[in-house]
Design a protein around this ligand. Structure first.
Ligand SMILES: [Mn+2]
Length: 320
């Protein structure tokens, strides 16, 4: 029997923002697909299911205006977008549920995620993935279309260029290193870097050797997002967003809160600017650790990020 690739979270009857679930991926007819990928590959046994693994379901339940009965987020006038989320167009958005897990083989989670993502991109559907830690974009990177080179834009406090930790090469500190080895990945922009963490000198040198554009948070504050956007080539783009790239005052629920991150106005401008630059094939939002959440501040910003990505994609004419 073929294992099911995704499943609807137990007890939920609507997906993120009230959109319908669809786990029949071969019949998925969507402009935008939402996907939960809860499990990274751990560095220690107790990390197999971590705090971040809880986020796909908790975000569905706690996004601003969880909107199970009155979908205001979708239907009301949205000031971030100057209109309604989907501009009253016939844009099909589905929540594909969460990628399934196989306890006898934890790597199956990535393998299944890659299969799901391939199906979604093959249908020209935009993908919004919710992690999970920063390992989960690795199967997404693998599943990206293999045509024109894709510009990778990462927002993160950390480099994520570790080759391996405890023998694991696909964990949360290695995502950008793994991407750099993929034929279909072109230029890499790393935005919001600051503090310490996954980057030792070795990783910094490896990133420089590749030619990655390393843009610290302080540079963003100094020159502005517009000037950063000017450096990014047009063409296909993929956006990976680590919650700790943003300032901990707006996304406090992260394992490594680091002062000086991107603020709300900057991330909004970046998302809208990228969608105008080229086709942003998809985005992921990772590393939200709900146990550090208070008053839903992180979830509210997460929802706004996703809505701005959806609204900006619609307004960039991706689906018309
Ligand atoms: Mn990261």
């Amino acid at each position: 029997m073929k294992a099911k690739l995704t499943e609807i979270p137990r007890g939920m009857d609507h997906g993120l923002l009230g959109f319908q679930f669809c786990t029949n991926l071969d019949e998925l007819d969507a402009n935008i697909a939402i996907l939960g990928i809860p499990y990274g590959l751990p560095y220690y046994p107790n990390e197999l299911s971590n705090d971040q693994s809880l986020t796909p379901n908790l975000l569905r339940q706690n996004a601003q205006d969880g909107a199970w009965h009155e979908p205001r987020t979708v239907e009301h006038f949205d000031w971030d977008l100057q209109g309604s989320l989907l501009q009253n167009k016939n844009i099909k958005v589905f929540d594909c549920g969460n990628v399934t897990f196989d306890l006898s083989d934890p790597r199956q989670h990535y393998i299944r995620a890659e299969k799901v993502v391939e199906k979604i991109f093959a249908a020209q559907t935009s993908l919004i993935s919710i992690g999970g830690d920063h390992g989960i974009p690795i199967p997404i990177f693998r599943g990206l279309p293999k045509g024109e080179k894709i510009t990778l834009v990462q927002v993160d406090a950390h480099l994520d260029w570790r080759d391996e930790i405890n023998g694991e090469k696909e964990g949360y500190s290695s995502g950008i290193r793994r991407a750099s080895e993929m034929e279909h990945i072109g230029e890499i922009f790393q935005i919001g870097l600051r503090g310490v963490g996954s980057g030792r000198h070795e990783e910094f040198e490896a990133a420089k050797r590749y030619g990655a554009h390393l843009i610290s948070a302080y540079e963003v504050h100094e020159v502005g997002v517009r000037s950063v956007l000017e450096r990014i080539p047009s063409g296909p783009i993929y956006l990976t967003l680590d919650a700790d790239g943003l300032d901990p005052t707006i996304m406090p629920a992260v394992n490594a809160p680091t002062p000086g991150g991107l603020n709300w106005v900057q991330i909004r401008e970046l998302i809208h600017g990228l969608t105008k630059k080229g086709r942003v094939l998809g985005m992921d939002l990772v590393e939200i650790s709900p146990s550090f959440e208070g008053r839903r501040i992180t979830f509210v910003h997460a929802e706004r990020i996703i809505c701005n990505f959806i609204g900006a994609s619609v307004r960039a004419g991706y689906f018309s």
